[in-house]
Design a protein around this ligand. Structure first.
Ligand SMILES: [Zn+2]
Length: 147
């Protein structure tokens, strides 16, 4: 049955409607800007987490996994050219050095992130954003002088 099904789908692929079949692209994780509500654009991906830009000057990043937010914030600090880190260092467990654990305290990391960017004139935002296929936890910063 499987082979017949395969053959049929091949048949359809070759002899069926061939005009506008495009490969299925993954749904883009594009939230709206938390400051102005506009759609944002995604930078070419260079690190573990996406970086978004809004026309209003906001820059954001995010992850579908809440405990990742401290590292998301670290990446955003780097993207903003500010440096610094709000994530906890990895702590080795046992003597082997092979296993380590990274604690996280996201609310504290978000407070530290807000403090760091505020020192450079940015207003911080963090929270849950709805995207096409679910939700994503995101961190943002925007120059607070911009209206
Ligand atoms: Zn915006």
């Amino acid at each position: 049955m499987f082979l017949i099904g395969e053959a049929m789908s091949l048949w359809k692929r070759w002899f069926g409607k061939r005009s506008v079949e495009s490969p299925q692209a993954p749904a883009p994780l594009l939230p709206t800007c938390p400051y102005c509500g506009a759609g944002v654009s995604m930078r070419p991906r260079r690190s573990a987490y996406v970086i978004w830009d809004c026309e209003c000057g906001a820059v954001g990043s995010g992850s579908e996994i809440y405990p990742d937010l401290d590292e998301v914030a670290d990446g955003l600090l780097a993207a903003l050219g500010l440096g610094g880190s709000v994530s906890e260092p990895c702590v080795p467990i046992g003597d082997s050095g092979a296993i380590s654990i990274q604690h996280y305290d996201i609310p504290r990391s978000m407070r530290e992130f807000a403090e760091i960017v505020a020192g450079h004139g940015f207003a911080a935002f963090s929270g849950e954003t709805t995207v096409a296929d679910g939700r994503i936890y995101s961190v943002w910063a925007r120059r607070s002088a911009i209206r």
